[in-house]
Design a binder for this molecule. Structure first.
Ligand SMILES: Nc1ncnc2c1ncn2[C@@H]1O[C@H](COP(=O)(O)OP(=O)(O)OP(=O)(O)O)[C@@H](O)[C@H]1O
Ligand SMILES: [Mg+2]
Length: 354
């Protein structure tokens, strides 16, 4: 269990700078997630923390100790890979015991530790099976047990669930969280799935082409995105290009097409902005502090407990997510509709080159 600190990490490969100066502080005992699209540098960051790769610039600290160029086993960071990398010719027991045997630990002690790890991942009784006799989820558990049995200071997981089907993914996601809480271990988790990141993490770093755009709790990242990229990456959302046409203190009026929204909070310099509206914040009844958008229904999608109505407002499509309720049946493609949104639920951010 240890605090992990990255200071200005730069990593270049031939032709690309994969990491352009990453600084992060991951607290002791925290489940911290690197989230971002393919190629943004998540695995590279993780491999550098693991000691499987070394940075061109910058430093890494585990607690007070500088570990930047220490080999993996010396810094005691263990990585679990997407494909589990179990040894097919070894039993579950031997797979898990492997790292301990390397350390020349006495046999009885190894047996005890393996038993502890198997219990932790709920695989007691599977000692003698071979990896091919296990389901994907069970293989993943063995990989995690094998990583934990050597008592790492930090556990690194690179897209650990991407080979599992949807149901198992949910199950293993809570399992990883349970194990992490039970041991109080520092875990750094990599995923490109924003929902997975939200569900599992204490904090998230959202990455974009070799940089970190924002670090925060899932709630902060979702509700207070600091950039257009973060806002649009975090789930289904309305991101509408607009222009600031009036300012008064920290409030502005913006326009897109013939739609004008006023009294919105914005303190940026640029007049080229995006208006971010979460679908679930849209209402079809006015409130005290709401702005209104008048348009036509384009589509209605029924999802059971909620309904999505896609409206067209001067060529801009905006999705509203409404709880299924009587009274929504009247909205059909082509019918008039007015969306209402609380001013303070609307986020205005500078337009970004993405
Ligand atoms: N060994 C390497 N040699 C050259 N380029 C590399 C190497 N490893 C990674 N890169 C490049 O560095 C960038 C970051 O790669 P990385 O694997 O860290 O991305 P990622 O965020 O993990 O993506 P994914 O979600 O697809 O796994 C990419 O542009 C990739 O092509
Ligand atoms: Mg990767």
């Amino acid at each position: 269990m240890v605090e992990v600190r990255l200071e200005n990490i730069v990593k270049r490969f031939e032709g690309t700078t994969a990491l352009k100066g990453i600084s992060l502080r991951i607290h002791e005992g925290e489940l911290f997630t690197l989230l971002g699209p393919s190629g943004c540098g998540k695995s590279t960051t993780l491999r550098i923390i693991a000691g499987l790769e070394f940075p061109d610039e910058g430093e890494i600290y585990f607690g007070g100790e500088r570990v930047t160029y220490l080999p993996s086993n010396v810094r005691r960071a263990v990585m679990v890979f997407q494909n589990y990398a179990l040894w097919p010719h070894m039993s579950v027991f031997d797979n898990i015991a492997y790292g301990l045997k390397l350390k020349k630990m006495p046999k009885e002690e190894i047996a005890k530790k393996v038993e502890w790890a198997l219990e932790l991942v709920k695989l007691k009784g599977f000692e003698n099976r071979y990896p091919t006799q296990l389901s994907g989820g069970q293989q993943q558990r063995v990989a995690i047990a094998r990583a934990l049995v050597v008592e790492p200071r930090v556990l690194l997981l690179d897209e650990p669930l991407s080979n599992l089907d949807a149901k198992l993914r949910l199950e293993m996601r809570s399992e990883i969280r349970r194990i992490q809480r039970e041991l109080g271990i520092t875990v750094i988790y990599v995923t490109h799935d924003q929902e997975e990141a939200m569900a599992i993490s204490d904090r998230i770093a959202v990455m974009n082409v070799g940089t970190v755009e924002q670090v925060g709790t899932p709630k902060e990242i979702y509700e207070e995105p600091k950039t257009e990229f973060v806002a649009s990456f975090m789930g289904k959302t309305n991101v509408i290009p607009a222009r600031v046409v009036d300012r008064a203190g920290d409030r502005v009026a913006v326009e897109f097409g013939s739609v004008r929204l006023d009294g919105l909070r914005y303190t940026g310099d640029s007049d080229e902005v995006v208006v971010v509206i979460r679908p679930e914040r849209i209402r079809i009844a006015p409130g005290e502090n709401t702005v209104s958008l008048r348009g036509k229904v384009d589509l209605v999608e029924y999802y059971g407990f909620f309904v999505e109505i896609i409206g067209i407002f001067d060529e801009h499509r905006i999705i509203a997510r409404l709880m299924s309720d009587k009274g929504l049946e009247k909205f059909k493609p082509g019918s008039d509709i007015t969306f209402y949104v609380d001013r303070d639920d609307i986020i205005v951010l500078p337009k970004q080159q993405i």
